[in-house]
Design a protein around this ligand. Structure first.
Ligand SMILES: Cc1cc2nc3c(=O)[nH]c(=O)nc-3n(C[C@H](O)[C@H](O)[C@H](O)COP(=O)(O)OP(=O)(O)OC[C@H]3O[C@@H](n4cnc5c(N)ncnc54)[C@H](O)[C@@H]3O)c2cc1C
Length: 539
């Protein structure tokens, strides 16, 4: 079968769906082709444990969904999405009964952090003050295509010459150092470091500080909201919006080839043998290696790009456990019960130990956990009086050994999955004694299960490529191709592989769609210039 569209979008993750919405809004006829049986990519939910318990199967908390101009432009609440806000966006308890947290109320956040050391309440006010001055321009710079000239100028304007220099240093600090420079107590330090470790940083890596600061700033300003009824509701709203503009999503349809003739994309071929012509553009919500090494004939990929992709780095793998619980979690620190997101690790030192083990390609003995709980925030997700809960943690892509006692090898067979899920539960017991007694059922998602459900989650990596400095900004996904445009005319990379990277903000898809729309105008030859740049010739 063959058919024709103005644009084909490969992949119905949040970036693919945002891209399709932008194109359909401009009057283009758009079809999104999705390999899986349902749209959403890493934004899907469903019953994994027991009937009546709705689990977010991948992503869950969406400060970026509120903060990013791309998602704001989607106006998803007009298409049926309802946000629900936890009273406490993010909490970090420890086994001594203490808890550091961001409350919706900045004064309460300051008071919570001030309990750890004299002056830490004031330090938080100063740190949040910096967010209030710099956060807006920084956010605009981050979400716009590279290089972010206008956002950068606004940031410099907000901070002044001296402030900009100080901020440049602030931006390079490892999160351990940042915490030590600003705070005397362990609470704020571990709160910042736990947030930084949402990306594949260790507390000693440059750039980890600003990452942690951005997330706690967003937690304070926007909260860490969830989609009522499960993350799939966010996807459903994006699909409804697209369909209301004439676009469509076709599932169970894997794209196996992007067709190129005379340096320009003509459309795609699917695993079922169908050819779909794209009159104007193909936008790929796929990983960078998948686009350049699998979907394109290598004859169309400049040698320099192929060479750079040999150095491409995905982040660590992910291991996730979902539970149906008989009741609320018995947290040692009561305030933890009001949180949506909970981080579990004893201290910054414990985070350093766990991430060092990852660097050594060992399964951590005491893994750092990112967790989500829902009963207080979204009662629609579980039967009354029960709780829906998950934890994910990172494990090496290529396991060399186990820092714990069970001799895990990274095979993740039944024994290893159960043993590591028990290790995860043991970590929770340290801050919530009696947790295991509340368990009604559990479900494990091991690294290969992630990839089986979404090709982009290669080996269980969750951010479309490492978030470390050597693959960020102008280096994302590879040096010299830091935008959506590719060396093939009419072909755009629209996934989290490009700046600004992972997270449900839609900016990658939005910027790719805008690039495709612009290419119909005066900037038509931008792809040609990029092709020459990628081949190492002057532009
Ligand atoms: C466990 C986990 C927890 C996370 N938690 C959060 C969180 O709380 N908050 C947050 O903001 N972010 C979170 N993230 C990150 C976030 O979900 C991703 O960064 C985001 O989904 C990336 O969107 P995307 O559209 O680029 O790709 P994806 O969401 O990965 O979607 C890509 C889609 O393309 C499809 N596809 C790929 N190849 C093909 C092909 N050849 N043909 C057809 N279809 C194809 C895939 O099946 C998939 O549906 C989390 C991710 C994971 C895995």
């Amino acid at each position: 079968m063959s058919s024709r569209r103005d644009a084909v979008v490969v992949g119905a993750g949040p970036n693919g769906l945002v891209a399709a919405n932008v194109l359909a809004g401009a009057g283009w006829e758009v079809e999104v082709l999705e390999a899986q049986p349902e749209p959403g990519g890493a934004v899907r939910s469903g019953e994994l444990t027991l009937p009546g318990f709705v689990h977010d199967r991948f992503s869950s908390f969406y400060p970026l969904g509120l903060a990013s101009p791309a998602m704001q432009a989607m106006d998803l609440t007009a298409h049926g999405l309802r946000w629900r806000q936890p009273e406490v966006p993010v909490a970090h308890p420890a086994s001594d009964g203490s808890v550091a947290y961001v409350s919706r109320d900045p004064a309460e956040t300051a008071a919570a952090l001030g309990r750890f050391a004299d002056g830490d309440d004031d330090a938080w006010r100063r740190m949040y003050g910096l967010w209030q001055r710099a956060g807006g321009p920084l956010r605009d710079a981050l979400f716009s295509p590279f290089p972010p000239v206008r956002g950068g100028l606004r940031l410099a304007g907000a901070l002044g010459a001296r402030g900009t220099l100080d901020f440049a240093r602030f931006g390079l600090l490892p999160v351990r150092r940042l915490g030590e420079e600003w705070f005397g107590g362990e609470g704020a330090r571990r709160l910042l470091a736990g947030n930084a470790l949402h990306a594949d940083f260790s507390p000693e890596q440059p750039g980890s500080g600003v990452y942690g600061w951005v997330l706690v700033g967003m937690a304070q300003e926007y909260g860490f909201p969830v989609a009522e009824g499960g993350s799939g509701q966010l996807t459903a709203a994006l699909v409804r919006r697209l369909e209301s503009r004439g676009g469509r999503v076709t599932c169970d349809t894997r794209v196996t080839e992007v067709v190129v003739e005379r340096g320009r994309t003509r459309g795609v071929r699917t695993a079922g043998g169908d050819a779909i012509t794209a009159r104007r553009a193909v936008l790929a919500d796929v990983s960078a290696p998948a686009l350049y090494l699998d979907l394109l004939d290598r004859a169309h990929v400049p040698a320099r790009v192929l060479a750079a992709l040999e150095r491409f780095q995905f982040g660590n793998s992910t291991f996730k456990v979902d539970w149906a619980l008989d009741g609320p979690i018995p947290w040692l620190a009561e305030e933890t019960g009001a949180a949506g997101t909970v981080h579990i690790a004893e201290s910054v030192d414990a985070l350093t130990r766990a991430t060092t083990e990852l660097i050594l390609r060992e399964v951590p003995a005491e893994p750092f956990l990112v967790c989500g709980q829902y009963a207080r925030t979204d009662p629609t997700r579980q039967p009354e009086g029960k709780e829906t809960f998950w934890s994910y943690t990172h494990v090496p892509q290529d396991v060399r050994g186990d820092a714990g006692p069970e001799g895990l090898t990274g095979r993740w067979d039944e024994r290893e999955r159960e043993a590591f899920a028990d290790r995860v539960a043991k970590q929770i017991e340290r801050v919530a004694p009696g947790f295991r007694d509340r368990v009604l059922a559990r479900h494990v998602t091991a690294p290969a299960d992630f990839e089986a459900q979404d090709d982009n989650l290669r080996g269980g990596a969750l951010n479309g490529g490492t978030a470390q400095l050597h693959q960020q900004l102008v280096f994302r996904p590879i040096p010299g191709l830091a935008r959506a445009e590719t060396p093939v005319r009419g072909l755009y990379l629209a996934s989290s592989a490009i700046h600004p990277g992972g997270g449900v903000h839609g900016a990658c898809g939005y910027n790719a769609a805008r690039a495709a729309l612009r290419a119909r105008g005066p900037a038509r030859h931008a792809a040609g210039r990029l092709a020459r740049a990628a081949a190492g010739r002057a532009v």
